[in-house]
Structure formats: C-alpha cells, structure tokens
Design a protein around this ligand. Structure first.
Ligand code: ADP
Ligand code: MG
Length: 312
C-alpha cells in the first residue's frame, strides 16, 4: 500500500461533514460557503517533533494538540471554528496503521469537540515528523478581536490556570511522571469564551509563548503599559510546591498554556460577568499609560526577566 493511500484511508472519514462544506477531502481543493455577513479568519501553526512536542509524545496527543493550538488562535480572535487542513511530513518508520490510527483519533476527537471538519491536507515523506495545521473560522464582519485595542484603565484578564504545561514539560524532559501531563498534551482551546467576548473585550491573544511575552504583544500593538499582580494569576496547586522564583518563571516565561489573555473595560467586565456567570474570567491586572510591563506581588514590585519562548 502506498504512503498516500494509507493516509487517505485514515483521513477520509476522520471528521463529520460541516454544513458550510460543498466539497471536502478527495479533490484538488475543498470548496466551502462563507456565511452571510461573516469574514473568514485563518491561521496556520506548525508542530515539529522534538521542538514543539517532546519525543515520546503519544500519536493521539500529537494529533490532538496540533489541531487544538490552531483552534486556540481562532478563539483568540473571537472566531467560530469551521474547518482545518492538515499537512503531514511523515518519516517512513511512522507510516504505519497503528501510528496513523492514533494520530487520526486525536485529530478527530478535538474536531468533534468543536464541530470542526477536516476538509483537506497534504502528505509527504520527511526525516522529522511535522504537522502543519491550517484552521479556518468565521466572525461577524468587523468583529474580530485584535491584539491592538487595549485602553488605559482596562482590566487585564486570563481564562484559566497558567504555567501547568511548562511544569509538565520540565518533568517530561527529566523523565519524570507528572500529574499535569494532560495540560501539556491535550490543551483545551477557549473557543466558547473567545466568541462570547466579541463586543466586550478590547484586545485579545492566546498564551502560547508565555504570559509575559504574549502580554507584551498586546502592549506593543496597543501602545500601552500594564501592571500585573502575580498573586492574582490562577494556577495549579502543584506549582505551590516550587520556590517563588521557579513558580513565577513557569507562569510568566513558560508557554503552551493556550488560555486567553484579554483586556476589557471595567464596565464591560461587569456586564460580561452578569451575562455569562459560568464562563471563566480571572482579572490579573490593569492597563496603564506608557510602554512598561510592571509585575507586583502583594503590592510590592517584583523584578523578573520576561523571555517567553525563544523560537530560534
Ligand atoms: P494533490 O496532488 O492535488 O495535492 P493529494 O494527492 O495531495 O492531491 O491529495 C488528495 C486529496 O487528499 C486532497 O483532497 C487532499 O486534501 C487530501 N489529503 C491529502 N493528505 C491529507 C491529509 N494529511 N489530511 C487530510 N487530507 C489529505
Ligand atoms: Mg497534495
């Protein structure tokens, strides 16, 4: 069986058909309808074995995470996910039924969870396993939430626990078991919250490279500064076993959190919380004039280098 027919067999029925799809997998291109008064929102993220996920990560987790991180990017714009295209560069030792079935199960589960269809992709041989996912979504015209837009006195919020994946990655690289493994392997994109924040949040990003660095992107794009209260950042009890320094290194300079980080005016925050009492929102600071990010702990300023994820 050729490599391609093997892949095709696995991916053909990986996900349910979406109502917007006129033509899915099997032709030269997919053909899709765009809902009236909507804009197409698109992104691509590439995951390389040994670089974006540790060697030894399960095939299921690789498939799940490659899709989830892209849905997180759509969530950060307030978009409703629609479909993905999946580029696979596959070493010959992984071109077998067991590996592909598990990879497809991971892709299929996260697509099922968020009503997303796999509408196409490309497959090639390679020395290093690489997955490149293109994700497509929709927003009502003009309503995408950008990095630019934060205003002075806005509240800075996150959608959930920060630092867990970074702690888990450190454990995995040291060959240890960790109760935080699923935070690293199976990130949960905050799709419902992202959509609900349309019309409320003034700016938004998802935390992939570290809270400090990703907040830096909002501040630069919005030309403002921020004061963050470290003691207000939600995290997992597991991090309380670490020293103060280690704990906040993971929280500020870790990464792979895939929580949303957004700014919202105090009035909108109150309205939003009344309208959506069950959606997770944790205020962690506020936007100030200037271009500086100040970190405080119990009202005392804390000095820390903000590095985040270094790509090269
Ligand atoms: P082409 O030569 O026109 O690029 P391919 O042989 O690469 O066509 O792909 C044939 C069909 O299978 C296309 O519809 C393509 O989208 C789909 N396909 C190929 N690889 C994948 C994949 N990894 N995931 C999903 N669909 C795929
Ligand atoms: Mg092709």
């Amino acid at each position: 069986m050729s490599e391609f027919s093997l892949i095709y067999q696995h991916f053909q029925h990986a996900t349910k058909k979406h109502t917007n799809t006129t033509l899915g997998i099997g032709d030269d291109c997919a053909v899709s309808g765009v809902p009236a008064d909507s804009e197409l929102v698109s992104c691509v993220d590439t995951l390389v074995m040994g670089r974006h996920f540790p060697i030894g990560t399960s095939a299921y987790a690789i498939g799940f995470k490659a899709v989830a991180v892209n849905l997180s990017d759509l969530a950060s714009m307030g978009a409703t996910p629609y479909a993905i295209l999946l580029g696979i560069s596959l070493p010959s030792e992984l071109a077998n039924d067991d590996f592909l079935a598990e990879l497809v199960r991971g892709v299929g589960d996260v697509c099922e969870q968020f009503g997303v269809e796999l509408i196409g992709g490309d497959t090639t041989g390679s020395s290093v396993l690489t997955l490149s996912v293109t994700a497509l979504g929709f927003v009502p015209k003009g309503q995408a939430i950008k990095r630019a837009g934060a205003n002075i006195d806005d509240v800075v919020c996150v959608s959930g626990d920060i630092g867990l994946a970074s702690v888990a990655l450190q454990a995995v690289l040291q060959g240890k078991n960790t109760p935080l493994q699923s935070a690293l392997d199976l990130p949960q994109p905050q799709v419902a919250l992202g959509q609900a924040l349309r019309g409320f949040a003034s700016s938004m990003i998802d935390i992939s490279d570290g809270l400090g660095q990703d907040l830096g992107h909002i501040l630069t794009a919005s030309q403002v500064g921020a004061v963050i209260e470290l003691d207000k950042i939600p995290t997992h009890d597991e991090l309380n076993q670490l020293s103060f320094e280690q704990k906040y290194q993971h929280i500020i300079n870790g990464g792979d959190d895939y929580q949303l980080l957004f700014t919202i005016s105090p009035d909108n925050l109150t309205h939003f919380q009344n309208k959506h009492p069950n959606l997770p929102i944790y205020p962690i600071g506020r936007i100030v004039a200037g271009d500086t990010l100040t970190l405080c702990y119990q009202d005392e300023q804390v000095m820390m280098n903000i590095q985040g994820w270094q790509h090269f």
